[in-house]
Design a protein around this ligand. Sequence first.
Ligand code: MTE
Length: 321
Amino acid sequence: MHFLQDRGFIHPVPSEITPRTAYLSRRQLMQAALAAAGSAALPAWAQPQALAALPGARSSLAGALTMDKLTPLADATSYNNFYEFGTDKADPAAKAHTLKTRPWTVQIEGEVRKPGTWDIDALLKLAPMEERVYRLRCVEGWSMVIPWVGYSLAELIKRVEPTGNAKFVQFVTLADPAQMPGLRGGSLEWPYVEGLRMDEALHPLTLLAFGMYGQVLPNQNGAPVRAVLPWKYGFKSGKSIVRIRFVEKQPKTSWETAIASEYGFYSNVNPKVDHPRWSQATERRIGEDGLFARKRPTLMFNGYEPQVGQLYAGMDLKRFY
Ligand code: MTE
C-alpha cells in the first residue's frame, strides 16, 4: 500500500477501480429499480438531465475528429473523476447538482496586457463553437471518446495579449466547500490547479470546452468551462475553471504537489513510460468492455503524435514525464 493511500490521496491502481462490468450492472440494476418506481420518485440528481443545446460546426482542424466510436453519453456522464465531489467514480454524477454555473466569471491575470474578468456568457461568444471528437485517456488506464464543443484556447490567449514574460499558463478551478462536498475530504490540496507550457496552451488542439454531445457541459464533466488536452492524461484537463494565470515560472499542479514521483508536469500519454505502480501500455475503452473485451494498446501522445510530437522534439520523455 502506498504511504499516501490511507489519506485517500492517490489514484487507485487500476485493479482496485470497480470493474466496469460490476459498475455497469449496478447502474443497470438502479435503472431497473427506478423504472419500476416511476421517474417521479427519483431524486433530482437521478432525473435524466435536460441541458441547453450547444451546437458546434464540425472542426476542420487536423486530428480534431477521431473516427473511433463515441462513448455513450450515459457512460461519459456517470463514470467521472471530479474529486471536488468525491473520489468514487459515481460521486460526481450523484453530487454535482449543487454546482452553480451562473453567475460565473473567469479571471484572466498575470503576464498579459489585457487582464480582466470575463463573464461566462461573453466567453461563450468569443469565437465560433466547433465540435471536436477527442480521445481522452485517464492515467488510471481507461479512455473515452467524446464529442466536445468549444474553441481553441489560443483564441482567448490571443485576445488577452500575453507579454514576453508569459512562459506558462496556470488553470485554477472552483473550490467552494458550500457547493463541493469533496473539499472536506482533503483528498488533494484545493483549488485544483493545472498548468501548461505556453506553446502547449497555444496548440490549436488545446480546447476550451463549454459543451459535449451538442449540449452544454453537464456539471459532473466540468461545467460551465473546462480545458481538454487530448494528448495528455485526463487530469491535465481541469474542470470548472475560474482563473487563468499567465506566469513566467513553471507552475505547480495539484497532482505534482500531492505525489511528484508519480505525476509530472507534462503528463503526456506515453505507453513506454509506466506509472510507478502500473503499466501504461494498454487501456480499457469505457463502454466497450465486457468480460472478454480486449484491452487496447495505448498510443504515443494518445494518437496525436503527428500533431503534437514536434512540441517535445529532443526532450527526454522519461525524465519529463
Ligand atoms: N478537474 C477538477 N477540477 N477536479 C478533478 O478531480 N479530475 C481530472 C480531470 N479534471 C479532475 C479535473 C481527471 S483525473 C480526469 S481523468 C478528467 O477530469 C475526467 O474528465 P471526465 O469526467 O469528463 O471524463
